[in-house]
Design a protein around this ligand. Structure first.
Ligand code: LLP
Length: 387
């Protein structure tokens, strides 16, 4: 059920703030993404980091997605949620020995390896544990994702991936590592990418690097092009789905590959963002000297994106009528930080204590990034089929 279809009296039964998850929308999003990928023979790993809420993860697993993890706990969680270990990728620049051993014991599909030193450590730990690890080399393609600098990952100045200048050495090291098997190459240029040309540029780089390895006699079975597909934070109801068709089509068209070479994706945000809203109540209204403030019972502790990345989220009053007079508000939370602000000069129908406010497109990197700062309560969530 869309957040606007909910009867406010029903909402009153739940303590705010909470994440509201529209499971119908999630289902539809997953179906669209899966069929667009399936018809091109593509494999999609869901990036757990975007949201690992149990029901959400369960639905994603049931739909047949694989998993992409960035910690030992995510690997463990995805296995508990029913993902098969042979569908799990494990990325990250700082995998600890404990995390590597856990993933080795489960015999996951692939470690996305980010440095030569990491290759050597995984090889050593695989040897100690009497197993062979499948690895993909993460290459930094130096493609500008044209997104917020905090979520750009594929530029030379970012910490991710094996620097291009070291690839020759990495290939040699791999040849000497008996407990590693090179599956393929891994790339990820950033997140919330809305310019489809960025993915075209990525394809060009992937083709170049694949050829580079093949020319040196290294077989590449898997091309993992990461995630990053963006969503519309401004008009979530007009554009509830990312354009999965256009996205996968770019790779289908521009990625050079043989019939045996698999193409893998790691989508997070585009699969879950629009299905979640943070629902909050107005605690106080305040007219400052220059500003009107709406003080909510949700803050940066529940949704950190505006404070951390100056991210825009659409803010709406629930249950408004056409005739309400509008005012400009700074919509803020209760946390003792000036950055605890969801939006400045937001035009909203005049609001009062007790009104419900929804902060939209919060299904990705919302609940998972919540914190207990100020000893806030544990995050709450409500699923659409509970209402
Ligand atoms: N693969 C790798 C290697 C990644 O680093 C990421 C995201 C993904 C896949 C999934 O990307 P997506 O499809 O969700 O764009 N907290 C930030 C986003 C951080 C993204 C980190 N990496 C935010 O709230 O915008």
């Amino acid at each position: 059920m869309n957040i606007h279809q909910i009867n406010l009296n029903q909402l009153k039964g739940f303590e705010t703030p909470f994440y509201y998850y529209d499971l119908d929308l999630l289902n539809e999003t997953l179906s669209k993404a899966k069929s667009a990928a399936d018809k091109r023979g593509f494999h999609v790993h869901y990036a757990l980091k975007a949201n690992f809420n149990d029901r959400i993860l369960g639905l994603i697993q049931e739909k047949g997605f694989a998993a992409d993890c960035v910690s030992g706990n995510e690997v463990q969680k995805s296995i508990e949620a029913g993902f098969s270990a042979s569908q799990i990728t494990f990325a990250g620049v700082g995998k600890s020995d404990k995390e590597i051993v856990l993933a080795l014991k489960h015999q996951i599909f692939a470690f996305n390896v980010e440095s030569i030193q990491e290759l050597l450590v995984i090889n050593e730990l695989a040897k100690e544990n009497g197993v062979k690890a499948q690895v993909s080399l993460r290459i930094n393609p130096n493609v500008d994702a044209h997104t917020h600098h905090y979520i750009t990952t594929g530029l030379d100045e970012n910490k991710f991936g094996v620097p291009n200048s070291e690839l020759e050495k990495a290939a040699a090291v791999l040849r000497g590592c008996e407990h590693l098997e090179l599956l393929g190459l891994h790339f990820h240029v950033g997140s919330q990418i809305t310019d489809i040309n960025v993915f075209k540029s990525l394809c060009v780089k992937v083709n170049e690097w694949k050829n580079w390895f093949e020319e040196r006699g290294t077989a590449i079975k898997v091309l993992n092009v990461g995630g990053g597909l963006g969503v519309d934070y401004y008009e979530p109801d007009a554009h509830p789905f990312a354009d999965f068709e256009a996205y996968f089509e770019v790779f289908d068209k521009f990625l050079e590959r043989t019939a045996q070479q698999e193409v893998h994706f790691e989508l997070g945000r585009a699969l879950v963002a629009q299905s979640g809203s943070l629902v909050s109540k107005v605690l106080y209204t305040k007219s400052g000297v220059k500003k009107n403030f709406l003080i909510l019972d949700a803050g940066m502790t529940e949704l950190m994106r505006p404070a951390l990345y100056q991210a825009y989220h659409k803010i709406e009053k629930l249950g408004t009528s056409e005739n309400d007079k509008s005012l400009n508000y700074d919509v803020v939370g209760p946390i003792c930080e000036s950055s605890d602000c969801f939006g400045k000069e937001v035009s909203l129908p005049e609001s009062e204590r007790g009104d419900f406010i929804a902060i939209r497109t919060a299904g990705a990197y919302g609940e998972v990034m919540a914190s207990r700062y100020n000893l806030r309560e544990e995050i709450r969530y409500v699923y659409s089929d509970q209402i």
